[in-house]
Design a binder for this molecule. Sequence first.
Ligand SMILES: Nc1ncnc2c1ncn2[C@@H]1O[C@H](COP(=O)(O)OP(=O)(O)O)[C@@H](O)[C@H]1O
Ligand SMILES: O=P(O)(O)OC[C@H](O)CO
Length: 498
Amino acid sequence: MSDDPGVVVAVDVGTTSSRAMVFDHHGRMLAIAQIQQRQFFPRPGWVEQNPAELWSAVQRVIPQALKSAGRSVSDVVALGLANQRETTVVWDRRTGRPLAPAVTWQDTRAEPIVEALAPNTDEIHQVTGLRPATYFAGPRLRWLLDNVPGLEAAAHAGEALFGTLESWIIWNLTGANKGGIHVTDVTNASRTLLFDLRRGQWSNRMLRLLDIPPAMLPRVVGSSEVYATCARVLPGVPIAGALGDQQAALFGQTCFSSGEVKCTYGTGAFVLMNVGSAIVDSEQGLVPTIAYALPGEPPVYALEGPIAMTGSLVQWFRDSLGIIDSPAEIETLASTVTDNGGCYIVPAFSGLYAPHWNSHARGIVVGLTSYVTKGHLARAVLEATAWQTADVVNAMRIDSGLELSKLSVDGGMTSNNLLMQHVSDVANVQVVRPFVSETVSLGAAYAAGLSVGYWPDLDALRRNRHVAASWSPQMDAQRKRREAAGWRSAVARATVEV
Ligand SMILES: Nc1ncnc2c1ncn2[C@@H]1O[C@H](COP(=O)(O)OP(=O)(O)O)[C@@H](O)[C@H]1O
Ligand SMILES: O=P(O)(O)OC[C@H](O)CO
């Protein structure tokens, strides 16, 4: 008899791509398959995706990854999911067809709905832990109910369903119109503005405030339990874990203890700190959220600083300005100079998220003189990510009263050494990158593997973690003070309403 324990498959439905990965018992990634997916920008501030395209990507990446790992469906002990959060999907219960485009987390069309919630901000904050913003799913669901013909009536009749992307994918994996289950994991639910963070259930008050028909809501489930078995793609395999991608990264980084912090650098950047079993409220513009919920245990909470624009500023530098041909080139260009030449870029292209939360702020480049070269601009692009991280980490220090000396990092931008050094310098932390940098998928795999007993406990996951690189603060204090003042002044100018 074989003593092969099998493999766990994880799928990460991200913003720019969907990926599937195959992991072994040591948490090693055996194979990855990835498909880029489109974003649509039909009007200023609108960012949509096609739910059918995302589901089709999932259907293709899973078999591709299994094939390149040399494994078959019968080797897969569990499937875990991670997803871009807050993105809103509505579909028809009978046909399984989407009733509208997916309205993504970056979309600001629900601004008027959010503004109308302003008088109730304190109460909303009390219930959901969140302050109204277009970032969260609930207001854009209200927008869809107002604007998609027939949706409101279908929702009241229980024929139209709402979900974030893990709901949509689980629905499809478990049989679409024939018996698909309609669930959402608790970490995704906590990002809707419809969820009572303390009670761990949908909030009747919020549903009334946004006038959301309860019949369209998914059932809330934990992050690490068997929800159902797949009817399609991986027939018979238990779907055993699901988390929003940033919570998955926290889990994959094995930040299981209170005070441990990670930052994932992709399109945007998301700093999450495990705060343990009690909600920590923020005076500093951070977002209390659910980190994960394991079976039979109370939920673990996190404090989050979402940053809207980091890697996407590098993409803009490449695609709109054409100064580089690939993201990796920005490091070479930035290394042609030793500092930013007095130039700062605040990438508030669609406002600023944490800790400023200013939806009127707009992007700004300050300090231009004839001295500034494209090398300085490249540096300013990278430094914008570092300073935004520092702003969030400093807010976390104040809210938590902790020193926060270590930051675990992952995501596409962490291959940039100059950037990682700058993060370490300006946030005054030791930056640590683990060997498996695909921590979103790893976290989803861990949640799924734990619930089927593939891994026995959190300690087994901690033992799988190996550090690949680390950076310690090196910048002299005087330069740091000068540059911090430059950044603060640039942010102040970006937030002046024009
Ligand atoms: N070497 C690099 N230096 C700076 N930015 C990079 C580098 N490599 C990738 N990026 C940026 O990282 C992002 C891709 O990271 P990824 O983790 O795949 O993002 P996501 O999960 O949001 O799709 C892109 O926005 C890209 O511009
Ligand atoms: O798909 P990503 O990596 O850009 O993540 C998006 C976040 O979940 C939005 O909150």
